[in-house]
Design a protein around this ligand. Structure first.
Ligand SMILES: [Zn+2]
Length: 83
């Protein structure tokens, strides 16, 4: 799965989090990689890793995606950063 840029990746993850009612947090978010994890449960296996295909393009591709969850739905979403 590919995205035109990093913002598209983040939007897709946020939308997923809202639809699924999951608390997804970006643990890594720089110009080359975005890693999102679920904070709903300590051992929740959900993970998403997207990185740039090559340094000359802004295109991001999903490299790792595990949609498995061990957590339950959360009412209060905390996928945004600490602020
Ligand atoms: Zn989860």
């Amino acid at each position: 799965m590919q995205f035109v840029n990093k913002e598209e990746v983040k939007e897709a993850i946020k939308e997923y989090a809202i639809v699924e009612g999951k608390s997804i947090k970006f643990v890594k978010n720089d110009n080359f990689r975005v890693i999102a994890k679920c904070t709903g449960h300590k051992y929740c296996p959900f993970v998403m890793l997207a990185s740039r295909i090559d340094r000359n393009q802004f295109t991001f591709a999903i490299k790792t995606l595990s949609l498995e969850h061990e957590c339950t739905r959360v009412d209060r979403l905390g996928y945004c950063n600490a602020r």
